[in-house]
Design a protein around this ligand. Structure first.
Ligand code: ZN
Length: 425
């Protein structure tokens, strides 16, 4: 009797300590430690192209190092740097049918410093007349990624300057689009356009744990670490958009998952952890990242966005965007069966969240790439405000969500389950 009780106690003790491992590694305190740094006023809203986002990148790198994670294949640090380009107009000399065209009637989308174009150049001509929706047509034309010269009817004079929004930073383009406002019928024309091209560097922060038996199959955990910086002060005099929930919370999850998975070392597939830059200003980070990995080898992507508040169902629950687009969500639900935690399909389908975060680029390439979130999109009152601060988050609930991601993904990282692919776009 005495012996069996001892054995029973030993067994019980063993079971508890084994089950407690995750609770010791993924803790509320650790979530608070990381978040309090990423969302501090010192980081001034982690806006791309500022010193403060560099500070955030350094902090994430240091933490990846502390967790003893490997570099992403081909890199020599945790930074995955790349350049984007902005064209600043220097001069535009233009004539149509020998008449000079005023510079303010021309908007050029380019990353080339010098362009010389006439009616014989290899440019597709197109007219946007009064029957067209200017911005809609322009966005379709730009999506085509080809040389275009577009003659815009002066009916659109009031909205013409809105096209300048397309002159923001871009990856190097191998095409140019020229919008000209004129009511002439262009028979011959000549454009001589000069820009100063300003290159700026951005960086994702990424790390890896090689898979034991399937190193060429990747599972990605991601979030964006940038936010929108500093704006006008609110009534309390606060001008810093800390972005604690959006998305220091997701970044914290990625960092903690990296640490956890490297401690338990049970992954047969290769795990990749990535904090994306510039999600809020064009998705450049995830777009660049997706060119650095073979999407066919990415088995699943868990993108984590805004998990610091309670979901509409309360604690211990989160939703998965694009739930029906692959069976990843079902696999996660199965792995959590009998636990206190629930993953639900995205309850805000009209908001198109599946296409609005960093999972979208890889999803378009067929990867079961989904975003996990708790954000109440119809009533998240601090969303993109100065009040999105650490104090408004539920860290305990957040730690539970991170644990749920770790536990529910286990059959995917072990190679037992492979989610179905998303239909390519
Ligand atoms: Zn976000």
């Amino acid at each position: 009797m005495k012996l069996s009780l001892t054995i029973l106690l030993l067994l019980l003790n063993y079971t508890i300590s084994f089950a407690q491992d995750i609770n010791k590694i993924i803790t509320t305190a650790e979530a608070g430690r990381i978040l309090s740094i990423l969302a501090s006023d010192d980081m001034r809203g982690r806006k791309p192209f500022t010193n403060e986002i560099e500070k955030a990148a350094d902090f994430i790198s240091t933490d990846f190092k502390k967790s003893k994670l490997d570099f992403f294949p081909g890199l020599t640090s945790y930074r995955q740097s790349f350049s984007v380009y902005k064209a600043k107009a220097i001069s535009v000399d233009a004539t149509i049918n020998d008449a000079t065209i005023n510079q303010d009637k021309i908007i050029v989308i380019t990353t080339d410093s010098s362009l010389q174009i006439d009616q014989f150049s290899n440019y597709t001509r197109k007219n946007i007349d009064s029957s067209h929706d200017l911005m809609k047509e322009a966005s379709l034309i730009l999506k085509d990624k080809k040389n275009y010269i577009i003659f815009v009817d002066s009916f659109h004079a009031k909205n013409f300057s809105k096209l300048k929004r397309y002159k923001r930073e871009a990856f190097k383009m191998n095409y140019n689009v020229i919008f000209v406002m004129t009511n002439m019928k262009p028979v011959k024309y000549n454009f001589n356009i000069k820009h100063e091209i300003i290159a700026s560097e951005l960086a994702n922060v990424t790390a890896m744990i090689p898979g034991k038996s399937r190193p060429d199959e990747f599972v990605i955990f991601s979030a964006h670490y940038d936010h929108i910086g500093v704006g006008k002060p609110n009534s309390a005099g606060d001008s810093i958009y800390n972005g604690a929930n959006d998305d220091a919370a997701g970044t914290t999850a990625v960092m903690m998952l990296g640490n956890y998975f490297n401690k338990i070392k049970s992954n047969e597939r290769t795990l990749i952890f990535v904090a994306f830059t510039a999600e809020e200003s064009g998705g450049y980070g995830s777009r660049y990242f997706s060119t650095q990995i073979n999407p066919d080898k990415v088995i699943a992507m868990f993108n984590i966005e805004m998990i610091g508040t309670e979901s509409k169902w309360g604690k211990n629950s989160a939703f998965i965007t694009g739930f029906e687009k692959s069976d990843l969500g079902k696999i996660l639900q199965q792995n959590l069966a009998g636990s206190h935690f629930k993953f639900e399909p995205d309850p805000y389908p009209k908001q198109q969240l599946f296409y609005r975060s960093d999972n979208a680029t890889l999803a378009a390439l067929g990867v079961p790439a989904h975003t996990i979130s708790t954000s109440k999109m119809d009533e998240e009152k601090f969303y993109h405000t100065q009040e999105d601060e650490l104090e408004t988050l539920d860290l305990k609930n957040m730690a539970e969500i991170i644990k749920a991601i770790a536990l529910s993904s286990k059959t995917i990282i072990s190679g037992k389950d492979t989610p179905t692919r998303v239909v390519k776009q």
